[in-house]
Write a protein that binds this ligand. Structure first.
Ligand code: SF4
Length: 128
């Protein structure tokens, strides 16, 4: 069953602030930057805060979290994704430049993507 969480509560706001600090630190320590789309980053941070409150760990918001059949009262995520996850560190970011949820990427990836977005906007504007 989906657990409910009051996203307007002080407790959630506090957790959200902690999670923002956490993602800042992840960027700093790994040499990553936030992905090129701010709305995506905000959504992922909210999802991480939500999972921390519901399940006690920052499980990836883009993967299912379920009861751990081996540990009573504990949870686990599909693919064992706890942020910053192993698949992002070992494969996604080195190979594709960005993690599955698109919150963390390399500076090069971001630069290229922002240029691409700018070009697309110019083409669109020229077409109008
Ligand atoms: S894909 Fe991995 S690094 Fe990216 S938000 Fe999810 S858990 Fe964190």
């Amino acid at each position: 069953m989906m657990q409910q969480l009051d996203m307007n509560s002080e407790a959630f706001k506090t957790e959200l602030e902690k999670t923002e600090k956490f993602t800042d630190k992840v960027c700093e320590s790994k040499g990553w930057v936030y992905g090129p789309i701010d709305d995506v980053n905000e959504g992922v941070i909210m999802g991480l805060a939500r999972h921390k409150m519901l399940y006690g760990k920052r499980f990836c918001p883009c993967f299912m979290v379920e009861q751990d059949p081996e540990k009573e009262g504990k949870f686990k995520s599909t693919d064992d994704r706890i942020c910053p996850c192993k698949p992002a560190i070992e494969h996604e970011i080195p190979e594709q430049g960005i993690c599955h949820c698109q919150i963390f990427c390399t500076p090069e990836y971001k630069e290229n993507k922002l240029k691409e977005i700018e070009e697309q906007a110019k083409v669109k504007a020229a077409g109008n």
